[in-house]
Design a protein around this ligand. Structure first.
Ligand SMILES: *[C@@H]1O[C@H](CO)[C@@H](O)[C@H](O)[C@H]1NC(C)=O
Ligand SMILES: *[C@@H]1O[C@H](CO)[C@@H](O)[C@H](O)[C@H]1NC(C)=O
Length: 391
């Protein structure tokens, strides 16, 4: 190797070492950004969302985003990457159409590049929930009708990468439950990885209304299972970001479900219509910036004051015996625990949260995540420097 290449390699290595990723989704629902002192560590902001179907038009005339890239840029430290997230929960038809044929994929990719050029973004986050099925419409369109998407998804992301070129950023938000990882196999993962700068593994909502037993929505055991599923099939750990929810989830438990004996792993009421998949109103979520729904205030107050940390599975929860409600959320303590338990043991390259403004009540979760991220970055750099000295 020439001297030039070697020093280039060191530059790249140092650059990576200094820049562990700290990614925040900024959403149209909660477009709140605190003072710069609280966000200066953030390395990437992903604006959520532009719908996927917008990019299937022949010549889209506008990019329906809740803000502008310039407006967002001015609220963060110089050098923070501002990306646009495409998709989100629901609306998978736009992605299905985009992926269906070679010419559709080309048109979609060219439009993504046109959007990036026109908005001045630094790249995109592809948030197809989910290729291969198990999306919002999973009861209406069976997964077998989407099995072709498993092979088409890597082709779509490859086409977008080719339109963006090597310098613009591209990431994907990917499912945290194995049952939803239909398109993420030992065969497809290396192809997808080739196109991406990093992976946002959605290690939250790991209990949702499709479950019938209580568990932690973002617990350590459940999160490790998600991370390992990707890493074992070929995603480099340093390209993985661990996801943190800045919101609380609640679920109605079955009064005869024996939750009294063990609130983790006990029976819930049915939470969605088994034939249509429609939400039955027995589970929900709200973020720290939102008002607590009035019918839940009593139970919520108890949860906040009497919640427990399950140190066996690594999740904070409360089960309300009067109202039969199971609550699951992250506290500063449970956020901090994930650094030794997940970030260090797996050597991950970054963290992200859904989403920044969702923590706008007092920014407690953001502050904790920042402190832990800084500590992680420091130890990581020390370890790498040490490794270099030994060479
Ligand atoms: C799924 O595919 C089958 C067989 O091709 C077809 O008959 C059916 O209409 C499809 N269902 C939906 C909802 O698209
Ligand atoms: C609970 O969910 C599991 C897995 O989805 C399913 O096999 C089982 O039949 C469900 N049990 C009840 C009581 O609904």
């Amino acid at each position: 190797m020439s001297l030039h290449n070697r020093s280039l390699l060191w530059t790249v290595a140092l650059f990576t070492a200094v820049n562990a990723r700290y990614v925040m989704y900024l959403t149209g629902q909660h477009n709140h950004v605190p003072d710069l002192s609280l966000v200066k560590d953030i390395t990437h902001v992903a604006l959520a969302f532009i719908r996927a179907d917008v990019f299937n038009q022949d010549r889209p005339e506008e990019w329906p985003l809740f803000t502008s890239v310039d407006a967002v840029r001015s609220q963060f430290a110089p050098g923070t990457a501002v990306m646009v997230a495409i998709g989100g929960w629901g609306g998978t038809d736009g992605f299905s159409q985009a992926a269906a044929t070679a010419s559709n994929r080309k048109r979609f990719a060219a439009n993504v590049k046109a959007m990036v050029d026109s908005t001045g973004a630094d790249g995109v986050d592809v948030d197809w929930e989910y290729p291969g099925g198990n999306g919002e419409d999973y009861k209406l369109v069976p997964n077998v009708n989407k099995s072709w998407e498993v092979a088409a998804y890597p082709k779509l992301v490859a086409e977008v990468r080719s339109a963006l070129g090597p310098l613009l950023l591209m990431s994907a938000a990917v499912p945290g439950l194995r049952r939803d990882m239909l398109a993420f196999t030992a065969e497809t993962i290396p192809q997808i990885d080739h196109a991406l700068d990093f992976w946002n593994v959605m290690t939250y909502d790991l209990m949702n209304r499709r479950d019938n037993m209580t568990k932690h929505q973002s617990g350590i055991i459940e999160s490790l299972d998600a991370i390992d599923a990707y890493v074992d099939q070929g995603v480099p750990a340093e390209k993985v970001n661990l996801g943190f929810p800045f919101y609380v989830k609640w679920f109605m438990t079955d009064p005869n479900g024996n939750c009294n004996a063990n609130p983790i792993g006990c029976q819930t009421l049915p939470m969605e219509d088994p034939s249509t998949g429609v939400d039955l109103g027995r589970a929900g979520a709200f973020c720290w910036a939102d008002e607590v729904p009035s019918e839940l205030v009593n139970s919520y107050v108890k949860a906040m004051s009497q919640g427990n940390y399950d140190s066996e599975r690594g999740g904070h929860y409360y089960w309300d015996p009067e109202d039969n409600i199971f609550w699951s959320w992250d506290t500063p303590h449970s956020i901090a625990r994930k650094f030794p338990a997940i970030m260090h043991t797996r050597g991950l390259g970054g963290v992200f949260a859904w989403g920044l403004g969702e923590d706008a009540s007092d920014w407690t979760h953001l502050r904790t995540l920042t402190v832990e991220y800084r500590r992680y970055k420091r130890t990581n750099n020390k370890e790498r420097k040490h490794g270099k000295d030994e060479l």
